[in-house]
Design a protein around this ligand. Sequence first.
Ligand code: SF4
Ligand code: SF4
Length: 67
Amino acid sequence: MALKLAKPDPKICVACGACIHQCPREAIQVVRGICAQVDADACIGCGLCRKACPADAITIVERGEEK
Ligand code: SF4
Ligand code: SF4
């Protein structure tokens, strides 16, 4: 399993969906049009979603620190 994980901040995310199309693992989706959510099992922590986010809502964290 990857050491890192993408963590969208629900207080900052504007649910634009820009991150979804960048993910090579289809690990991120916008749930109920409210906030991006990451499938922790699929995410490899590559950071492409973070680069694509216009709101700077995604942080790449070490696994175990994501809660
Ligand atoms: S860090 Fe990479 S694998 Fe994880 S959700 Fe973002 S784009 Fe997908
Ligand atoms: S690109 Fe950023 S603001 Fe847009 S849905 Fe993804 S995390 Fe939310």
